[in-house]
Design a protein around this ligand. Structure first.
Ligand SMILES: Cc1cc2nc3c(=O)[nH]c(=O)nc-3n(C[C@H](O)[C@H](O)[C@H](O)COP(=O)(O)O)c2cc1C
Length: 360
C-alpha cells in the first residue's frame, strides 16, 4: 500500500490528503463513500437538496463505508427571507428563451424546491450532520463563526472554502480548521485569481492547513501544490467522470470532449460567476449581463429550467459546471481507481522531482 501523508491526514482522519469536492447535483452518498473508502475524504453536496435528502445520502454513505465523510453546506451571506417567488412571466429574456427551447424538446419545466437560499435550511442540515456524527463539514458561500462554533461543540472539523485571500482571512478568523483555496481554474462558483498565485498569497498568513483546488486532475499537479506548501487537494471535476457520480452520461461525455478553451465563467447560473462548459445554456446569456437579476433572484429565476434540463441530462441546455482541467480528463472510472491513480501519480512526480532537480 502506498504512503502519501501530510499533517492534514491526521487532522481529518484520512489516509491520503485528497479530498473530493462538494459538487451540487454530482456528489451524493455513493461518490462520497467510494472516495472515503479508498482512503481520501468523500464529500456529500448538501447546498440545494432538502434536509431529508441530505439525511438519506448520509445514511447511504454510512452504509457503504465506516470511514470519515464530509458534508458541504451553503451559508449564504445574502439569504433573504422576503424573496418568495419569481413570477415566470417576468423572467429575463434569455431565461425565457432557454425555457422555450427546453419545452420545445418535450421537457416539462416546473417550479423547484431549491434550498440554497436560507440560513434556517443550513441550520437544519447542520443538526442532521451532528445527529449522524459526520466528521467534517465544509462551508460554502461563507464560513460564519456561529456555524464553526456549533461544529466544534459537536467535535466536527470545519473546512472553509474560499476564492480570495480576503475570504481566507475571514474564514480563519471565524475558526475554520482547514482552508480550501479555489483558483479560477476550478469548476462551479469561482473567483478570478489563478490557483498558483492565490495559494502563495494565502500561505503567507495561514495558521491552519491550506488545501488547493481548481483544475487539479493529475498527480503531478498535486505534487506541485504540495511542494508549494498546500497540505492537500480538493478535487471536483475529475470526480464527475466516475461511475459513482450522479450526473448523466451526456454531462460526462461533454467533459471528455472539452478542449482547453471550452469552459467559460458565466453569471447565468445564479448571478455569481460559475465556470462551466460552453453550450447553448451559456450561449443564450452572452451579451445579456445587464439583464442579470440580483443574487439570489437570478438563481430562483433560473431554477426551474436549470433543474429540468439537468434531470433530463440535456447535452446543450443543461448547465455543465466543470473546471479547466476538463481538457485533460480522458476517461470515466470508478472513483476509487481515480483516487488510487492520483496517489500513485503524485508519488511518482515527487520522486521524479527529486531526481531531476539538483539542489544543495
Ligand atoms: C459540478 C460542480 C458543482 C459544484 N458545486 C459546488 C457546491 O455545491 N458547493 C461547493 O462548495 N462547491 C461546489 N463546486 C466547486 C467545488 O467544490 C470545487 O471547488 C471545484 O470543483 C474545484 O475545481 P475543479 O472542478 O477544477 O477540481 C462545484 C464544482 C463543480 C464542478
Amino acid at each position: 500500500m502506498s504512503t502519501l501523508k501530510t499533517p492534514l491526514c491526521e487532522l481529518l482522519g484520512i489516509q491520503y490528503p485528497i479530498l473530493q469536492a462538494g459538487m451540487g447535483g454530482v456528489a451524493f452518498g455513493p461518490l462520497a463513500a467510494a472516495v472515503s473508502q479508498a482512503g481520501g475524504m468523500g464529500t456529500i453536496a448538501a447546498i440545494s437538496p432538502t434536509p431529508q435528502r441530505v439525511e438519506q445520502e448520509i445514511v447511504l454513505a454510512r452504509s457503504l463505508t465506516k470511514k470519515p465523510i464530509c458534508v458541504d453546506i451553503g451559508f449564504p451571506a445574502r439569504a433573504p427571507k422576503e424573496v418568495a417567488e419569481v413570477k415566470l412571466d417576468e423572467l429575463p429574456g434569455p431565461i425565457r428563451q432557454l425555457q422555450l427551447e427546453v419545452e420545445a424538446m418535450g421537457i416539462k419545466v416546473r417550479a423547484v424546491d431549491d434550498q440554497a437560499m436560507s440560513i434556517d435550511d443550513a441550520k437544519a442540515k447542520l443538526e442532521i450532520c451532528f445527529r449522524h456524527k459526520v466528521e467534517v463539514v465544509a462551508c460554502a458561500l461563507g464560513t460564519p463563526k456561529w456555524a464553526v462554533d456549533e461544529c466544534h461543540a459537536h467535535g466536527v472539523k470545519v473546512i472553509g472554502i474560499v476564492g480570495s485571500a480576503r475570504h481566507a482571512q475571514s474564514a480563519m478568523r471565524n475558526g475554520a480548521d482547514v482552508i480550501v483555496v479555489q483558483g479560477t481554474e476550478g469548476g462551479g462558483h469561482t473567483g478570478d485569481v489563478g490557483l498558483i498565485t492565490l495559494l502563495a498569497e494565502v500561505l503567507e498568513f495561514a495558521t491552519v492547513p491550506v488545501v488547493a483546488a481548481g483544475g487539479i486532475v493529475k498527480g503531478a499537479q498535486i505534487a506541485g501544490v504540495l511542494t508549494q506548501g498546500a497540505q492537500g487537494v480538493w478535487v471536483g471535476t475529475r470526480f464527475i467522470n466516475t461511475l459513482e457520480s450522479s450526473v448523466g452520461n451526456n454531462y460526462k461525455q461533454s467533459i471528455l470532449e472539452a478542449g482547453y478553451d471550452r469552459t467559460i465563467r458565466s453569471l447565468l447560473f445564479d448571478g455569481l460567476y460559475v465556470r462551466q462548459i460552453k453550450n447553448r445554456f451559456t450561449e443564450v446569456w452572452e451579451g445579456h449581463d445587464d439583464e442579470m437579476l440580483p443574487y439570489p433572484l437570478q438563481r430562483l429565476a433560473m431554477g426551474p429550467v436549470r433543474f429540468a434540463a439537468a434531470a433530463a441530462d440535456m447535452k446543450d441546455h443543461q448547465p455543465l459546471p466543470a473546471g479547466q482541467g476538463s481538457s485533460i480528463i480522458r476517461d470515466i472510472l470508478p472513483a476509487g481507481e481515480v483516487l488510487a491513480r492520483l496517489v500513485s501519480e503524485t508519488i511518482a512526480a515527487l520522486r521524479a522531482a527529486q531526481q531531476s532537480v539538483q539542489f544543495s
